[in-house]
Design a protein around this ligand. Structure first.
Ligand SMILES: Nc1nc2c(ncn2[C@@H]2O[C@H](COP(=O)(O)OP(=O)(O)OP(=O)(O)O)[C@@H](O)[C@H]2O)c(=O)[nH]1
Ligand SMILES: [Mg+2]
Length: 605
């Protein structure tokens, strides 16, 4: 029987997980000498490459001495915490990375908490010790205190610690040791991570934790075998979360080797393999012995905290830019997403609209971004937190927020967060002259905060947050103050009128951009919406050429991205998403209807 270790690499965003996995792959000799491997090889998806972040967890396997090490690289952004929760149930140990300068951050706490709850002993890797501001001693203390605060047991408190610079390819047991290679980290994995429990002699029990597809064999379940064996060609029973069962043969069994996949004949308890042959295989499903099936616990991860209404585009430009525009197409696509993404939910809310829930704006934003790249077109409303009722009390999600600001911006940060119902829990001066402020804040208060925070701190503030828990509803929080500049006409924007409108606020559009009545073309400098005309040409002569028009010097518009739009919009606004554009519009395009609504709202106050 093969000796196997199963580990997940977990950390706050950007603390170096994917880079570390690169080095483990390199230094284990998994790649052939001539094989060209790009940086952060595990971030294989297009959006991951573009943004330099991991979105989906991915697994790989290396051979080190007489051991096989299955490694799962996980995402660090708080919105993908559900992904990490699920993966942790598939491994026997974790490499808990922490940046030697930044120290324990909100998502460090979140993932460590989940690991501790599952009884895993973290191998703490203090990474990026090459940084000028690195302070490994302090960070080690922080990690210890964090484990104490998380009620870790005696054994967990005696966690092993290594110091590393993943990018430079070394890890060591003591700071004084020489910077050599990753050998100490390999040793730590072999010595400190327990072997898988379970036995190849028991009845088969395996569980799917990620889905994948293959052009030739269809749906593939990436599966941890907990007991028994899985063999190509044999028949097994698939047990779903709802208890329903179906029998099928394994048509193809795939093992992992570095970045490659290889066909294998069988795999034993303890291993991680990809299985094809079950047409409706899903995340959380158990693959069991057909005679004596004992299903594993279906996976429950924490519920979504944020939701957005997605609906069919009904604006004047509908259908002009997208390929898939109907409610049926959107429904099919969302249903497909929910099969693999167990941290998200979807429910129809009308004929042509769906409520999509997830962990945060980025998670929902990435889904929307993927959809537009696939040719979809749709509208998104303002994100709302998922409010629950517990014993008759209205509850809402709270987040743990850490902001790092230069000292002079401490006052404004505290004041603005106060208005958003944040409570400060600590204030610590950092060695680099910044101040680290920690808060507990209703998730509602964070919507739209990032933009304001960056402006207030002249771009120097850094904020990070992660889900904490549900608490009683905290009352009204402040939202956007500036109004919108709303187009009152349909057509193409004219440079001359954009030039004149610059005095009214910040524009989102360029000359020649398509606009329509009710579309938001900028942020007003004042509160309250303003109807404006971006089509008005210069009154002098109709002989004017577009060349003359170009001569006007315009301030570059504020670019609208999906996520910045989700942060910015109000209840009465929508985002129009198409493969080529992201626009903001008023819910009701008719100016008279809008006036009446505004009046009603005012009277209601
Ligand atoms: N100075 C320094 N930088 C590092 C080190 N390791 C990684 N980095 C850099 O840190 C950045 C983030 O690295 P990633 O490996 O993508 O981090 P990650 O934890 O996988 O990030 P997410 O998957 O998005 O959570 C990259 O720019 C790396 O080059 C290190 O040891 N020292
Ligand atoms: Mg990564």
């Amino acid at each position: 029987m093969q000796k196997i270790k199963n580990i997940a690499v977990i950390a706050h965003v950007d603390h170096g997980k994917t880079t570390l996995v690169d080095e483990l792959l390199q230094q284990s000799g998994t790649f052939a000498a001539h094989q060209l491997v790009e940086e952060r090889a595990m971030d294989s998806d297009a959006i991951e490459k573009e943004r330099g972040i991991t979105i989906l967890s991915k697994n790989t396997a290396i051979v080190y001495g007489d051991h096989k090490i299955n490694i799962i690289d996980t995402p660090g952004h708080a919105d993908f915490g559900g992904e990490v929760e699920r993966v942790l149930k598939m491994v026997d140990g974790v490499l808990m990375l922490v940046d030697a300068q930044e120290g324990a951050m909100p998502q460090t706490k979140f993932v460590l908490k989940k690991a501790v709850e599952l009884g895993l002993i973290p191998v703490v890797v203090i990474n990026k010790i090459d940084k000028d501001g690195a302070d490994p001693e302090r960070v080690l203390d922080e990690m210890f205190d964090l484990l104490v605060a998380l009620d870790a047991n005696e054994e967990q408190l005696e966690f092993p610690v290594l110091y590393a610079a993943a990018r430079d390819g070394y890890a060591k047991w003591e700071m004084e040791d020489e910077n050599k290679d990753m050998t100490p980290l390999f040793e730590a994995i072999l010595e400190k991570v327990p072997y898988p429990k379970g036995s190849a002699d028991n009845d088969t029990q395996a569980q799917v934790f990620t889905l994948d597809s293959d052009n030739f064999v269809g749906r593939i379940g990436i599966t941890r075998v907990f007991n028994g064996k899985v063999k190509k060609g044999d028949e097994y029973l698939l047990v779903k979360a709802d208890g329903s069962k179906s029998k099928s043969r394994i048509s193809k069994l795939i093992g992992f080797k570095g970045l490659e996949r290889v066909e294998i004949q069988e795999a034993e308890a303890g291993d991680i393999v990809a299985i094809a042959g079950f047409s409706d295989i899903d995340v959380g499903d158990s693959i069991c012995d057909p005679v004596n099936p004992v299903a594993l616990d279906p996976m429950h991860v924490e519920e979504p905290t944020l939701s957005v209404i997605m609906s069919v585009n009904d604006g004047p430009l509908a259908g002009t830019e997208g390929k898939h525009v109907t409610s049926n197409k959107i429904r099919e696509r969302l249903e497909k997403e929910m099969e693999t993404n167990i941290a998200m939910r979807m429910e129809p809310t009308g004929d042509a609209s769906f409520k999509v829930s997830g962990r945060g704006e980025l998670q929902i934003g990435i889904l929307a971004e993927n959809m537009r790249r696939e040719g979809f077109e749709f509208l998104l409303a303002r994100p709302e937190v998922v409010v629950k009722e517990e014993n008759g009390v209205k509850m809402e999600p709270f987040e743990h927020l850490v902001v790092d600001v230069p000292e002079e911006f401490q006052g404004v940060a505290i004041e603005k967060l106060g208005k958003r119902k944040a409570e400060m829990t600590s204030l610590n001066p950092m060695p680099d002259g910044t101040v680290r402020l920690e808060f507990e804040i209703p998730a509602r208060g964070l919507i739209g905060f990032r933009n304001e925070f960056l402006t207030d701190t002249k771009g120097e503030g850094i904020m990070n947050h992660s889900y904490l828990e549900y608490r009683p509803y905290s009352g009204k929080v402040e939202s956007r103050t500036p109004g919108a500049l709303v187009s009152m006409d349909n057509g193409e924007a004219v440079a001359f009128s954009i030039f004149n409108l610059q005095a009214r606020g910040t524009l989102f559009i360029n000359p020649q951009d398509k606009v329509y009545s009710g579309m938001v073309i900028g942020e007003s400098a004042r509160p309250g919406d303003l109807d404006v005309n971006p089509l008005k040409g210069k009154q002098l002569t109709n002989m004017r050429t577009s060349g003359a028009d170009d001569a006007i010097k315009l301030v570059p518009p504020r670019p609208i991205t999906l996520e910045s739009a989700m942060e910015w919009i109000e209840d009465d606004e929508l985002i129009e998403v198409t493969p080529v554009s992201v626009r903001i519009r008023k819910k009701s395009l008719d100016p008279t209807v809008r006036k009446r609504l505004a009046r009603d709202k005012k009277n209601a106050k």
